[in-house]
Write a protein that binds this ligand. Structure first.
Ligand SMILES: *Cc1c(COP(=O)(O)O)cnc(C)c1O
Length: 421
């Protein structure tokens, strides 16, 4: 075991006695090439972002062209073709009434901006009481402070900060009509202080790849909107095809007032995120007072290189059969995942779009996690279990024979885990 000995502070990592993580020198397709010449098949598409696989020539070319002219120029006081064209494109893809695009550089900041828009929507109407957000158990919306406040306060990774985080309403997801009725009572009683609802529609990702039933989510969103309360869909994970449609809201049949996009927005190539608001919300910022404007502007917002990458990535969804590939993966997963349930430690399996989840009975212990991570590397696959799940979220372009290798590695790993005790 090689000790890690570098000033680099790694993400989500206990740095005490940490081993040197594999050093990546190149990527291509669904493959990650390591310094020691080993090649890993990526089962999770680089934190769910590399939806077209790595190094897609169309995205690289668009970026190279943009780079040769202008990597970036500030958006304050200026604009440029990549930012304008991408805003147009996103507004087209999202359809009517989600057409005011604000750029940031990360998902967390895109959510911060969404929350700020919802709060200021009320402030600009001289309503200072509506300051509390509703979110859900198992939610994850980012690592900045307000987004940490809207992560699951009990299970979430930010619970250490509970004593200084803002208090919001953490709801459990309605399971039936009675729950919905209770939720209505809650809304009746509290709507005067509610600023908005934020939810990861259809799939809560970092909270454990939990799926929602569509009709419950639809009913819930409609009730919130009936009270005129803005609904924010955090589609940073679900956006761009992951659940089978370009956006998850298309399957649910309701539209949010604000949507947040990130991760696969640039095909996972370069940081860029977007917060897109409805005209109703946007109009509340229009007045003859500067103080009514949205006072926000990340230095690198609308990064030209990022916008060029995102435009190329969006185009790939029509130039290549991307959603059909998601469908193929879903069909394959629906056939290949249920047999994992035969392992004693597996509680159930579930599949949605290009997401396959093995739900365990208990959270993985540190020892089990460590063993799994080593084992997967040894098998030449990049799979990162967390909490009580082992899952795949591959690139939509992954070849079938590479998917088969991932599935086989999962079987070997589950057999190995049983014998570990
Ligand atoms: C990853 C993620 C975020 C945070 O995005 P970052 O780019 O890591 O800041 C927020 N919400 C959801 C649903 C995510 O999956």
């Amino acid at each position: 075991m090689k000790q890690f000995n570098n000033p680099l502070w790694l993400p989500y990592t206990q740095m005490h006695n940490v081993e040197l993580p594999p050093v990546v020198v190149a990527t291509s397709g669904s493959q990650i090439h390591l310094e020691d010449h080993k090649i890993l098949i990526d089962g999770i598409a680089s934190w769910w972002s590399a939806c077209h696989g790595y190094n897609h020539p169309c995205i690289l070319q668009a970026m190279q062209e943009q780079l040769s002219r202008m990597p970036h120029v500030m958006l304050g006081g200026f604009t440029h073709a990549p930012a304008l064209t991408l805003a147009q494109k996103l507004s087209e893809l999202l359809g009517p009434d989600l057409n005011h695009v604000f750029y940031s550089e990360s998902g967390s900041v895109a959510v911060e901006v969404a929350l700020k828009i919802a709060l200021q929507y009320w402030i600009n109407q001289d309503n200072f009481a509506k300051t509390t957000f509703m979110h859900f158990q198992h939610s994850y919306h980012g690592d900045t402070f307000l987004t940490m406040s809207l992560c699951d306060p009990e299970q979430g990774m930010h619970r250490k900060f509970n004593h200084i985080l803002n208090k919001h309403y953490c709801l459990s997801f309605p399971a039936n009509v009675e729950d919905l009725l209770q939720f209505e009572v809650f809304l009746e009683k509290n709507h005067h202080m509610l600023a908005g609802l934020i939810v990861e529609p259809l799939v809560q990702a970092a909270g454990g790849m939990k799926f929602h039933t569509m009709d419950m989510l639809k009913a819930l969103v409609l009730r919130v909107q009936d009270f005129g309360i803005p609904v924010i869909f955090d589609e940073i994970f679900t956006g761009f095809g992951r659940t089978g449609s370009l956006f998850a809201f298309e399957q649910i049949g309701v539209k949010p007032d604000i949507i947040c996009l990130g991760k696969a927005l640039t095909g996972g190539v370069t940081p860029l995120s977007a917060t897109i608001a409805s005209t109703k919300l946007y109009n509340q910022f229009l007045s003859d007072k500067v103080s009514d404007a949205l006072m926000h502007g990340p230095t690198f917002m609308g990064h030209a290189l990022g916008c060029a990458a995102a435009l190329a990535s969006c185009a790939l969804f029509s130039q290549e059969p991307r959603l059909a590939q998601v469908q193929t993966i879903e069909t394959y997963f629906k056939e290949i995942f249920p047999p994992f349930a035969r392992y004693a430690m597996v509680k159930e399996t579930r599949v949605k779009g290009a997401i396959g989840v093995i739900q365990l009975h208990a959270r993985l212990t540190t020892k089990q996690l460590k063993w799994l991570n080593h084992y997967f590397l040894q098998q030449g696959v990049w799979i990162r279990p967390f909490g009580d799940i082992i899952y795949l979220t591959p690139a939509f372009t992954i070849p079938m024979h590479e998917l088969e290798i991932l599935i086989q590695a999962l079987h070997f790993a589950l057999s190995g885990l049983q014998n570990l005790l």
